[in-house]
Ligand binder design. Structure first.
Ligand SMILES: NC(=O)c1ccc[n+]([C@@H]2O[C@H](COP(=O)([O-])OP(=O)(O)OC[C@H]3O[C@@H](n4cnc5c(N)ncnc54)[C@H](OP(=O)(O)O)[C@@H]3O)[C@@H](O)[C@H]2O)c1
Length: 374
């Protein structure tokens, strides 16, 4: 009689093996791998998930069957690598396989066509790939289609908030999106929800910096460029042929203050403080609050996309935002009078790593279905 254990291992032997290669061992990458074993167990009856590689910009551990609970020890002794070594390894790895991009690098995202040619599905937390110039982005989509591979990027906007997935489901169900608006930056959300005019805005910026909410140079947040990039990701989710330059950007920084060193900026911080105070006082006089908002409107002959500081009435959904939270307000044919609102933390290692695992679970489901069809 076959023992239970033997039966389980016979079953496991029949399951499709999905090899996972992780690029990036920073905040999110490390958390992603720490959740890996639980995901292996959760999917164990459907797909055999294998950690088959971990690398950062300096070194790589490339071997099938890495123990996700022990990887850091092996990684500490891992070797330097050349991009060609990585590609050769990926090409040899049996399909199905997925490359998970948890780096912030545009140069790395530009290598997606090579990873796809090596047979990899792609999952990205990195926004750079989904916001490459149109022809490059379309080239990646075509390569994926030719090879019957998938690309998931749900964590590039709103971290673990499944905003892209909701947009996909609405469109697949026959709804028509009219407008997407919201607050897509946790840092700017914290700054504008916290600012009450009691002290200069720059002191709030300094506090956000000390709490670890900002980029190393907070002007990278205040420039609004990250929000502009996120709006482009959502526009492309709706298959709109937009480029970054099609999205009007009004930075939270007064003109000229984005240049020079942080010390120069700090010496001239009164310019920023005055800029924000004037807008805050005007908004308060109108019984409104300030928010740094993104809007994509599809109701006119031409798509309108903008990222800017706005004053909203206290009954506006954007007014009811907790500091650090993101909010996505989706108006569609079916959600017109009463928009669909998603809100929650739009950053953080755990929610982002969790969102990547949600993408991985969807891919595992596809892999399982394809193995059944064969
Ligand atoms: N943190 C969040 O809450 C959050 C939320 C949503 C999305 N994301 C996105 O997730 C990504 C990772 O964020 P993070 O906070 O984990 O960043 P991080 O802590 O700075 O880690 C980045 C990792 O990427 C590696 N890397 C950089 N360039 C590389 C390259 N060319 N090839 C291979 N590895 C490379 C770095 O390696 P080295 O150490 O060798 O440089 C590092 O291990 C970013 O794209 C970010 O925008 C983050």
């Amino acid at each position: 009689m076959t023992s239970n254990l033997a039966f389980v291992s016979q079953q496991a032997a029949k399951l499709p093996v999905l090899s996972v290669v992780v690029a990036g061992t920073g905040n999110v990458g490390t958390e992603f791998i720490s959740l890996f074993q639980r995901q292996q167990q959760r999917l164990a009856s459907r797909v055999n998930l294998q950690l088959a590689g971990v690398f950062n910009s300096r070194k790589a551990l490339l071997a099938p069957g890495i123990d996700a609970t022990e990887w850091q020890h092996s990684f500490a002794n891992a070797d330097h690598y050349q991009p060609a070594d990585l590609l050769a390894y990926l090409a040899k790895l049996p399909a199905p396989k997925v490359l998970i991009d948890i780096t912030p690098s545009q140069a790395f995202a530009r290598q997606y066509p090579a990873f796809i040619a090596a047979g990899c599905h792609i999952i990205s937390a990195n926004k750079q790939g989904v916001t490459l110039p149109g022809p490059e982005y379309q080239g990646i989509l075509s390569a994926l289609e030719q090879q019957h591979l998938n690309w998931f990027s749900n964590t590039t906007v709103g971290a673990g908030i499944p905003v892209q997935r909701v947009l996909q489901e609405l469109q697949q169900s026959g709804d028509h999106i009219l407008q997407i608006s919201g607050v897509f930056s946790g840092t700017l959300s914290w700054l504008l929800c916290s600012y009450d005019g009691s002290k200069p805005f720059s002191e709030f910026v300094l506090e956000a910096q000390s709490l670890g909410y900002t980029e190393p140079d907070p002007r990278d947040d205040l420039s609004g460029k990250d929000v502009q990039r996120k709006l482009l990701v959502l526009a492309r989710e709706l298959t709109l042929p937009l480029e970054l330059t099609d999205i009007t950007l009004e930075p939270l920084l007064p003109a000229g203050t984005e240049l020079g060193s942080w010390d120069d900026f700090w010496q001239n911080r009164a310019i920023l403080d005055q800029f924000i105070l004037a807008r805050y006082q005007q908004a308060t006089a109108e019984n409104k609050v300030l928010r740094y908002a993104a809007t994509l409107n599809l109701q006119h002959a031409q798509v309108q996309a903008a990222v800017k500081l706005v004053a909203v009435s206290k009954s506006d959904p954007l007014a009811a935002l907790a500091p650090c939270d993101n909010m996505f307000v989706i108006e569609s044919h079916w959600y017109q009078q009463n928009p669909l609102v998603l809100k929650g933390p739009g950053a953080g290692r755990q929610v982002t790593a969790g969102g990547l695992h949600a993408d991985l679970a969807v891919l595992a489901h596809h892999v399982e279905l394809r193995s059944v069809v064969r």
